[in-house]
Design a binder for this molecule. Structure first.
Ligand code: PLP
Length: 416
């Protein structure tokens, strides 16, 4: 039975009802109703998340872990409860394996700066793919430069899929870390992450998964996946900006040195010596984004109530509907035609630069992304400077896609 048959689908009426939870979507842009199709960049926030932040600052604000008074104690409880909620959401073995960072970017930098600096040696290989976001490329490239290690890159096929024969060839015992995206933000490709993890583990190689584009759109079970690190950003999961999640298996967190030094990450301090706290505190120096972490738990509850499997199926239906319509326009070139894709549609148009597409669509009230999507090597691979990208959420509808396609036809007529 396919995933789409096994879940109770989100129907158009439910999508509209869900959309009404997002106040920002009620506005007009250039006199047209806003059609927000840049969900891979950031998602909008439901009223419950906005209320949670406002309520925190209006009635609850107190720093965590430091006070013995009611506001501080309650904030600490809610902050810790969010960690537990995220651990359950991802099915991590323990809340202590969840570290709060500022975003996916900081999470990957944390692993590179701690695990990487300690365990990667000259001549070692780090294996990434050619479709990585710069956040999962530059930290490893810079680490390799520092350590005289080698960054190996798995090429991608014309469809935008990872070349698994090349992966097999490059996965040698010189590889000390595999770092790959679960879903490509530039192409929409869903990578065969289980296979990648199993093959790497067969050689005892740890795997970091960049889940920035997967966690908000499909259910993730970390214990089933068995990856060693996993990361995503709250702002792409209908939560606030300024919060990232880094999951790490405890066996690694215990042997990794701290990332930053300061308050909250210590057990005891003297002028001669500091004993660091156990994970996760060891990696969370300083005052965290308290309101945002607490509101992330609200976003997780909101999404869980809808159901990640239902969201994935619905967004995939939108993708199929949009893909079929776009393919009817001869001037359209789809970039990323993998057989397994999430709700991301990257394209170029004959005669029009993606920035022109983005600007003209904006005049029609449609927000898409135009650019290299922080994945310049992907653009190079497909011989384009940039693409236009529409990315879908459960609050989008077929009418949104119709508006997109209509506006794309306007661009085609203007430039051809
Ligand atoms: N990785 C992927 C696949 C992404 O799509 C993004 C954001 O676009 C990032 C990493 C970086 O996320 P952030 O900017 O929230 O740190």
């Amino acid at each position: 039975m396919s995933a789409s048959q096994s879940v109770n689908p989100i129907d158009p009426a439910e999508a509209l009802r869900l959309r009404s939870d997002f106040p920002v979507l009620r506005q007009q842009v250039h006199g047209k109703p806003l059609v927000y199709l840049d969900n891979a960049a950031t998602t909008q926030k439901p009223q419950v998340v906005i209320d949670r932040i406002a309520n925190y600052y209006a009635h609850e604000n107190g720093t965590v872990r430091r006070g013995v008074y009611k506001l501080s104690e309650q904030s600490t409880r809610d902050f810790d409860a969010s960690r537990t909620k995220v651990a359950q959401f991802l099915n991590a073995a323990s809340p202590s394996e969840i570290i709060f960072t500022r975003g996916t970017t900081e999470s990957i930098n944390l692993v590179a700066a701690t695990y990487g600096r300690k365990f990667i040696q000259a001549g070692d290989h780090i294996l990434i793919s050619a479709m990585e976001h710069h956040a999962n490329l530059v930290p490893w490239q810079q680490l390799c430069l520092e350590k005289d290690a080698v960054l190996q890159v798995v090429p991608i096929t014309d469809a935008g899929e990872m070349d698994m024969d090349a992966f097999d060839r490059l996965l040698t015992d010189r590889v000390k870390l595999v770092a790959v995206g679960h879903v490509s933000n530039a192409l929409g490709t869903v990578n065969p992450i289980r296979e990648i993890i199993e093959k790497a583990h067969a050689l005892d190689i740890p795997v970091l998964v960049d889940g920035a584009q997967s966690a908000p759109h499909m259910s993730v079970d970390l214990q089933a996946l068995d990856c060693d690190f996993f990361t995503f950003s709250a702002h792409k999961l209908y939560g606030p900006t300024g919060v990232g999640i880094l999951y790490g298996k405890m066996k690694y967190l215990e042997i990794m040195p701290p990332y930053q030094f300061g308050g909250d990450m210590i057990h005891s301090v003297s002028f001669e010596k500091t004993v660091f706290a156990k994970p996760p505190a060891k990696f969370e120096a300083g005052t965290p984004a308290i309101a945002e972490v607490i509101a992330l738990a609200t976003a997780v509850d909101y999404l869980s109530a809808i159901g990640l499997d239902r969201i994935g199926v619905y967004e995939h239906e939108l993708l199929a509907y949009a893909t079929a319509q776009m393919l009817e326009i001869p001037e359209v070139r789809l970039i990323g035609t993998a057989s397994h894709k999430a709700g991301i549609l990257s394209f170029t148009l004959k005669g029009a630069h993606p920035h022109d597409i983005g600007t003209i669509l904006d005049r029609e009230g449609i927000a898409i992304r135009a650019g290299h999507h922080c994945a310049q090597p992907v653009m190079e691979r497909f011989g384009v400077p940039a693409t236009a990208r529409a990315s879908f959420s459960f609050y989008n509808t077929r009418e949104d896609i119709d508006a997109l396609v209509k506006a794309v036809r306007i661009v085609v007529n203007l430039f051809n």
